[in-house]
Write a protein that binds this ligand. Sequence first.
Ligand code: HEM
Length: 510
Amino acid sequence: MAFSFVNAFLSIVKTFAAYYILVLIYRLVFHPLARFPGPTPAALSSWYEFYFNVVKRGRFLWEIEKMHEEYGPIVRINPNELHINDPEFYDELYGSATRKRDKYAGWMMSGTDGSSFSTVDHDHHRLRRSALNPFFSKKAVVALEPMIQEKVDKLCQRFSSVLNTGEIIRADAAFVALTMDVISRYCFASDDDNLSEPDFKVAWKETLRGAFESGALRRQFPWMLSLMKMLPQALVLKINPSFKLMFDWKASVEARIKPILDRTQPARESQDASHRSIFYELRDSSLPPQEKTLERLSDEGQIFVGAGTETTATTLSKVTFYLLTNKQVLDTLRAELRTVMPNPASPISVTQLEQLLYLSAVIAEALRLSISVSTRLPRIATEETLTYKEWTIPPGTPVSESQYFVLMNKDIFPSPSTFNPGRWLNADGTYNHELEKYLVNFGRGTRQCVGMNLANAELFLTTARLFRRFEMELYETTISDIDMAHDFFSPVPRLDSKGVRVKVLGEVKE
Ligand code: HEM
């Protein structure tokens, strides 16, 4: 009996080995992507990417960079995907309302299938997105401004409260608290007031980071998510405790949306306010019932909380670091701010601030260096055959670009690692609008960031009000605390960084 069991086992192993060898031969010789350039190990197996993204933790981006250096602007980065490094091809790849692009299901492993962000099909995405667009128009964000101002007031109070105390503020965590409170209030009409937490609830930053990082693991084992959903949570956590972060995130959003759908929320706090809260409006919208379930809206909510916080907060951390290490830039900025804010605490609106060219240049440059969404963003052209230079791309192939390669392109942005707001201004002092085409942080095409106007409002108001009012210096913070060392979807600096820390020295005199 034992003997036949061993034989059976060996036969299974041999069959699998033979099958796998055939798969490898197919990928290398007969696959539609076989003629595309790239390293053989990447063409053979997705374990190549797994090694760099999971074992080495978010390092595949730099492997892709090396591939482009060796093989040119189009490379096969794994058995099924192509990556292009060409800023001029960006708009073509990301399509438009009429040039349809699906997302790549094999890439969308965020566990939020119901969100607009994770919606694979172009047309289905249009339906979901059309329900969200009105909340993020310029007009809607202007209506939201009093609430954003209130949150920036609170941020300033926290900075003011440590004056003369010697206490250090963890600015990166403060910015996550700010953006988290803003988006939560807008989505759910309530927030956790993270800005009042002594440590700005820095654990949230870790939660988001952990959830983003685990995406690479889920992409390698796509069955993992379905299995996780079937098993009791306690068991999943025993097997892999790192999923706790994702569960916490999901649970916290569900806990906010359920009472809205059940209509058990005590009062619609923002009912009479100038703005509408997103999830109340989605509940009452004309979306079909299957688009209004707790599960689908929780997925949407999870993405709002994730996408609307770390991205903007990272840019504010960059602003802080670069202004505090470039006195001349800070002085020039303050001189410009004085023209619209005669006193450090003068009231100011986003519309007024957006007229300031130097402030606009500082924010554009901080955004550029933020590489906000560092991961590649694959798309599939569904109704046309994409061609790139002499290459005809086989229909159905996921093709991506990465904003990192555009934002750090030395032909477009000479000395790309240098913080130089001046590059956004022409010699005659006007704004260099030609460069804006390459500021791709918010993405392009129909999937472009829905929260762009909100993010800009947060960036302009926070930068102006904080730096017009406070004299600050960095505390034990170096470039390695903000420079991307890992790509976990969003950029992450060295893992033992203690964040961007500042000392508030005083209030600006005039
Ligand atoms: C500096 C700040 C921000 C940057 C750089 C940024 C960047 C991006 C990018 C690149 C995408 C497209 C991802 C893709 O192609 O798959 C995106 C999508 C999205 N962003 Fe932002 N984002 C920022 C702030 C925000 C804010 C404040 C919100 C809050 C509402 C937000 C909500 C979203 C949502 C919901 C999506 C998915 C949109 C869709 O697929 O239709 N983002 N963002």
